[in-house]
Write a protein that binds this ligand. Sequence first.
Ligand SMILES: *Cc1c(COP(=O)(O)O)cnc(C)c1O
Length: 429
Amino acid sequence: MDMQSMYRTLGVSPAVWQFGEDVLAGLKARFEAVDAVAEFNQAKVLSALQKNRVSAACFAATTGYGYDDLGRDTLEKVYADVFHTEAALVRPQITCGTHALATALSANLLPGDELLSPVGAPYDTLEEVIGIRPSRCSLKEYGVRYRQVDLTPEGGFDWEGIRAAINGRTKLVTIQRSKGYATRPTFSVGQIGELIAFIKSVKPGLNVMVDNCYGEFVETVEPSDVGADMVVGSLIKNPGGGLAPIGGYICGSAECVARCAFRLSAPGLGQEVGANLGLLPALYQGLFLAPTVVAGALKGAIFAANAYERLGFRVVPDGRESRHDIIQAVELGSEAAMTAFCHGIQAAAPVDSYVLPEPWPMPGYDSNVIMAAGAFVQGSSIELSADGPIRPPYAVYFQGGLTWYHAKTGILMSLQKLAEAGLVKLETR
Ligand SMILES: *Cc1c(COP(=O)(O)O)cnc(C)c1O
């Protein structure tokens, strides 16, 4: 059987397959650059594993208090070496990215302190953590103030606004690397470095935290290489490599991380407690695979951008831009097209491929939301997934793919469903 026939068994027609091949023919140089970053990061992770003498003893399960947990303590040293920080807190007890971020913020801000976001509004779930939307136990309830400086209309930093916002109370600055589901650009590590240098020139001694979600291993450097005092993220995104079933990480200065550990468990206990419950093999192996998994997801995003751009849709980032996270937005212009796109992604999934996603009124959103995900780990967005609110510009946010070939299949299937619904006309060159 040839390749085209193999794809046919998955539901991809010869015309869609050929369209995909035509798009891919122009992407060889882009893909080589992605592979070079993965190769560099693979060496970085491997060398951290070797330096810390990871052995089978590190994979043993612990229960109860988890005192003297060699595997857990070693994994934290490995993370600290990968991110070039003094310390790291990497735990299955950190339940998700929001939990990791909330821990880092609440551990390093005291009543009367001010938190500054110089990059506009933070990720949705942080609004309640900070108290932008009222919530029990928000930072605001504990007397921590919040100040925000929006980006310029062009998506750049408002240098003078940031200078003016930093005051005697400013204690911590939070920078979100990825655009998440906003329409601003994602920042490169280089841009984040410039911003941190500026902030620290205005007020030395300030701590800077970077929300690193979706950004890990997309470049050869991380925000912790350019002055961030803490980098924070989720293990069911990039650094878990698709294998971690739960968890979050905070890498940073010894003092910041020690405070986070006291906040996560209890003052005095810190990193000494927290049994690993047998999850460490997946956390180690997932980190080992993460650089190549991220590369596959990036290729999928680049392929999607170029395929949909060729069909006349607006895509963010565009087909040629350099990438700083794994998210791809495609503005499809109608509910019908969003639904067809998500049906294609779902039909390509290894799990729940027979399910038909439908728009539904998701709590916290003012319009219906459609989601496609058929993942081994529930809610994992390093696995192939797509979602978006049903409202103009009818954008779907597409991310992940544990292998490049699976991401490719998902995009081909999305094109297939749009073509079957008569919503696009594929012309091969
Ligand atoms: C996903 C994400 C979060 C929150 O992570 P959860 O694991 O969903 O709680 C925070 N910030 C950004 C930029 C994210 O992408």
